[in-house]
Ligand binder design. Structure first.
Ligand code: GTP
Ligand code: MG
Length: 469
């Protein structure tokens, strides 16, 4: 419950992870009470009811005050006004309360307390129902916070700050835990809810790790080929054009693999609406210099890893390979693999050209660049950071500048993989090398653990600022 535009629907959207709830800057968006069950494993375990707010709070309070001897005021009020057209909205609003629902009052803590607020607080107190007040501060104004805290503490069993736009998984769980304390009778159901949420979250992390591993495997084994009759190859320029097209196809297929993995991650975390920040590194091309620079390992780590992987830097194709398979000096120097700028010029993959039985077979892949899988991993983890921590209430808002509170933009200039220990980076690198060679890797389990831990770190901390990357 709460005033128009206090953020009631946003809070329900965030708590139930439903980005399809109507949310709007205009007051009066929600016009009737809507029920939003949280369904886990096909079972509704708790239900939130989003409401439009009271129509006649003063009249209800007056009636309550005149009937203080009633043992159950909400029920008595609904019974007495059931057929009164003037109170039809208020009856609809109080009906779930009469039937035993607890109350969460949503307050926009950036506004001054008015008389109407005091009326509503008092009338909610008189319902005698378990009740919590949530301060959803819609702007940076903090000056009324203390007033609200004082007034709310008198009428509510619990007062919490909860930001519908920024709440993380951990904060959602903590709000549910707080709900437990306002009425002991709810404890078993809420415990079940919290356990189900936690299990579900672990399951999502598990599925997400599988998605990321599968992306890495597909990307690291990708190979594209193009076969032409030798008679159709009239000039070097044609060969170059084939290589360029092959290179584009290779990159496009990698981009596509990434897109599909990210889509799956979005589904794991129940996002239907996705507004990526326009300045996010996720919006930049996978092969752009910005991405190469911002994500993956730093220069020193890259050199260590590169040296360990036995990769020689340098632009272009594997000269000896082309030379041997073609016997053509003219191919030397072609930058067939595509170069990631921030990689010190190391090629993405090698091209192989073989001539047999009157055809030339151009193959590109798999990715040999040791840095690339780290970039791909980092982008996926960054994507997860958004999927996990960008609240559904904020998504549903569908507003161009959805945040009235400016981001505390502590721009991190580097990726997640960079923060792993050298041992972890080595394990990942060994896994990548095995995958690239088409081997079943003994390091896969370690990698799964490393990635799962990265994701758990994201949900335990407030990692939002990093998602500015
Ligand atoms: N910055 C910020 N904006 C918020 C937050 N919560 C809600 N809003 C915005 O506040 C406006 C109103 O949010 P709603 O959730 O529709 O509010 P409501 O209480 O359901 O409003 P009615 O249905 O009209 O009564 C929308 O523009 C939201 O995007 C928040 O935590 N931070
Ligand atoms: Mg609403």
């Amino acid at each position: 419950m709460g005033h128009p535009n206090a953020g009631k629907s946003s809070i329900v959207a965030t708590l139930t992870e439903n980005d399809r709830i109507d949310i709007d800057q205009r007051a009066g968006t929600t016009t009737r009470s809507d029920h939003y069950p949280v369904i886990i494993d096909g079972q509704p375990i708790i239900e939130f009811i989003d409401t439009p707010g009271f129509q006649n709070p003063s009249a209800i309070l007056e009636w309550f005050q005149q009937h203080l001897n009633e043992p159950d005021l909400p029920r008595a009020f609904v019974a007495a006004h059931r057929t009164d057209a003037l109170f039809s909205h208020d009856c609809a609003l109080l009906k779930p309360v009469a039937d035993g629902a607890g109350i969460i009052l949503v307050i926009d803590g950036s506004k001054r307390i008015k008389e109407k607020d005091r009326t509503e607080m008092e009338l909610l107190r008189l319902t005698g129902r378990p009740r919590m007040a949530v301060l959803n501060n819609l702007s940076t104004h903090q000056k009324y916070n203390q007033d609200w805290q004082d007034a709310l503490n008198k009428a509510f069993n619990s007062v919490r700050e909860f930001n519908a736009h920024r709440a993380t998984y951990a904060e959602r769980i903590s709000l549910l835990n707080a709900l437990k304390s306002i009425d002991q009778r709810w404890e078993p159901q809420l415990n079940t809810t919290i356990e189900a949420f936690e299990r579900d979250w672990e399951r999502r992390i598990h599925h997400t790790v599988m998605t990321i591993l599968s992306l890495l495997k597909q990307a690291l084994t990708l190979r594209v080929t193009h076969v032409v009759r030798v008679t159709e190859l009239r000039s070097d320029r044609e060969r170059q054009a084939i290589q360029t097209r092959l290179q584009q196809r290779f990159q496009d297929e990698l981009r596509q693999l990434e897109l599909e993995a990210h889509k799956q991650i979005r589904v794991h975390f129940k996002h239907h609406v996705w507004h990526a920040a326009p300045d996010s590194i996720l919006q930049k091309d996978l092969f752009s210099n910005e991405v190469g620079r911002a994500l993956g390992l730093n220069r020193t780590q890259r050199m260590l890893i590169g040296a360990a992987a036995g990769v020689t830097a340098g632009v272009g194709i594997d000269v000896s390979l082309v030379g041997a398979s073609l016997g053509l000096g003219m191919m030397i120097g072609a930058t067939a693999g595509g170069v990631i700028g921030a990689l010190g010029g190391a090629a993405l993959a090698k091209i192989d050209i073989q001539r047999t039985l009157g055809v030339e077979r151009f193959s590109l892949g798999p990715v040999t660049n040791p840095h690339f899988p780290f970039i791909l991993l980092d982008r996926s983890v960054l994507y997860c950071a958004r999927a996990m921590n960008w609240s559904h209430g904020r998504k549903a808002a569908n507003e161009l500048a959805p945040d009235r509170v400016p981001d505390k933009a502590i721009k991190k200039q580097h990726g997640f993989a960079e923060e792993l220990t050298t041992e972890q980076q080595r394990l990942l690198m060994r896994f990548f090398t095995d995958v690239r060679r088409g081997k079943d890797s003994q390091y896969e389990d370690s990698c799964r653990t490393i990635i799962a831990d990265m994701l758990r770190d994201l949900s335990d901390n407030r990692i939002d600022s990093r998602t500015n990357l």
